[in-house]
Design a protein around this ligand. Structure first.
Ligand SMILES: [Zn+2]
Ligand SMILES: [Zn+2]
Length: 366
C-alpha cells in the first residue's frame, strides 16, 4: 500500500534556527488569534492528523478526540503545516494497514505547476542549497555560478497569470462536477491551497466509499484522458453524461485549423492531479491554517470568480521586519510588489517576510 505525504518542499538549509524560531512565533500568534477559522472536520476522532514542525520532518498518525484538544496542540506546537485525512478510520493512530478505512471524501487538487502557462519560462528559478543563490534558467543548472555547488533545488514560484490559470481550472472542475456528474453545487467546497492552487472537496456521500480505480475514472474523464477524436467520445466514455465533452468541444466553434487533441484538452479539460484524487489514505492541509511554504492561509473560497489569490489569503500583519535576502524574484502580495532582491537587507511587512522565509529565501537580519 502506498502512503504518500502532501506536497511539501523542505526549506533550504540556509534557514537558521533564529529564523525558524521567528516563524514559529509568527505562526503561533496567528494560530492563537485565528483559532476559530480552523475548519474542524466532522467525525474528528475518526481522522488521521499530521503536522510538520519548522525545520523538521512530518509527524503523522495522530488523532484528536475533540476540537479543543486539536486547537491547544496547534498553539503549543506551532507547526509550519497541519494536515488531516479526508478518510475516516476505526483506529486512526494505527499503521495504515490496520487503521480500518471506512470511507473518504472525494477531493481534487489543482496546482499552477501542472498547467502549461506561458509565464512559466519567466519564473523558472533554481536555488543553490549550499550558498542560497537564486538562478534563473529554463533547465536545471549543473553547477551554482557563485559557489560551484551541485546541490540545486527547483524553486516553485507563481505569478498572477498562473494563479489566474489555476482559478480557471478550478472553475472548469466545478462545471464538470455539477454539469456532467450531477453533483449539487452546494456540496462542493472550494479552497485556496495557501500557495499555488486549489483543493475541491465533494461532500456528496455517494462518492465516499468509491475505490481508487473508480476515482481514477472520474479524474480521467475530467482531464479528458483517453479522449481520442471528438466523434468517438460517446462510445468510449464510460461515464454517463448530459452534454459532456461533445458539448464542450462544440462550444469552441469552427476553427480555421482543425484542433489537435492536446489543444482541446488544454482549452477545456481541468488539469487536476489524479494521484491526489486516487490516494484515499492521504492527509490534506487543514483549511484555516497557514501554508508552511508561503505563510498564506488555506481558506474556503465562496466566490471563486471574485477571489484574489495574492490578496485574500494574506492574513499576517503589516509590521516591518528586517530580513536578509540572498536572492528572490519579484512577487506581489496585498497589492504591493516586492523584489527582486539580491544579497540585501530590506525592511518589509511581516506577511512578505514570512513568504520569503518559508521558501528558504530570507532569514532574520543579524
Ligand atoms: Zn551556490
Ligand atoms: Zn506564472
Amino acid at each position: 500500500m502506498s502512503v504518500s505525504s502532501p506536497k511539501t518542499s523542505a526549506s533550504a538549509p540556509t534557514t537558521d534556527e533564529k529564523t525558524f524560531a521567528f516563524l514559529r512565533n509568527t505562526f503561533r500568534e496567528s494560530e492563537f488569534r485565528h483559532n476559530g477559522d480552523v475548519e474542524v472536520p466532522s467525525e474528528i476522532q475518526a481522522r488521521e492528523f499530521g503536522y510538520i514542525p519548522f525545520g523538521k520532518g512530518m509527524i503523522r498518525h495522530l488523532s484528536y478526540k475533540f476540537a479543543g484538544e486539536l486547537a491547544a496542540d496547534l498553539v503549543k506546537q506551532a507547526p509550519s503545516s497541519v494536515f488531516c485525512s479526508n478518510a475516516t478510520y476505526s483506529n486512526p493512530t494505527l499503521p495504515m494497514d490496520e487503521k480500518g478505512w471506512k470511507g473518504a471524501e472525494l477531493i481534487f487538487d489543482i496546482d499552477a505547476n501542472s498547467i502549461p502557462t506561458s509565464c512559466r519560462a519567466r519564473h523558472s528559478f533554481w536555488t543553490c542549497n549550499s550558498c542560497g543563490k537564486v538562478i534563473r534558467l529554463a533547465e536545471r543548472p549543473q553547477r551554482c555560478p557563485k559557489c560551484e555547488g551541485t546541490s540545486i533545488t527547483h524553486l516553485h514560484w507563481s505569478c498572477a497569470e498562473c494563479l489566474a490559470a489555476s482559478k480557471d481550472h478550478a472553475a472548469r472542475l466545478v462545471s464538470f462536477l455539477t454539469d456532467d456528474f450531477g453533483v449539487p453545487g452546494d456540496s462542493i467546497r472550494v479552497y485556496f491551497s495557501g500557495n499555488r492552487g486549489f483543493h475541491l472537496h465533494v461532500g456528496d456521500p455517494r462518492f465516499e466509499a468509491m475505490e481508487p480505480a473508480a476515482r481514477a475514472e472520474v479524474s480521467n474523464y475530467i482531464k479528458g484522458t483517453g479522449l481520442r477524436r471528438p466523434e468517438a467520445i460517446d462510445e468510449e466514455a464510460s461515464v454517463p453524461m448530459h452534454g459532456g465533452w461533445p458539448d464542450r468541444i462544440a462550444s469552441l466553434g469552427n476553427q480555421d485549423q482543425p484542433l489537435r487533441m492536446e489543444q482541446i484538452l488544454n482549452a477545456l479539460g481541468s488539469k487536476i492531479d489524479e494521484s491526489v484524487t486516487t490516494d484515499v489514505h492521504r492527509i490534506f492541509r487543514m483549511p484555516g491554517t497557514l501554508h508552511g511554504n508561503s505563510g498564506l492561509l488555506k481558506m474556503r473560497v465562496h466566490d471563486l470568480e471574485g477571489f484574489r489569490p495574492e490578496y485574500d489569503p494574506v492574513v499576517l500583519g503589516e509590521e516591518p521586519v528586517a530580513v536578509y535576502v540572498q536572492g528572490a524574484p519579484v512577487f506581489n502580495l496585498r497589492g504591493r510588489a516586492f523584489g527582486p532582491y539580491s544579497d540585501e537587507e530590506p525592511e518589509i511587512p511581516l506577511y512578505a517576510a514570512a513568504y520569503l522565509m518559508t521558501k528558504g529565501l530570507a532569514r532574520v537580519a543579524e
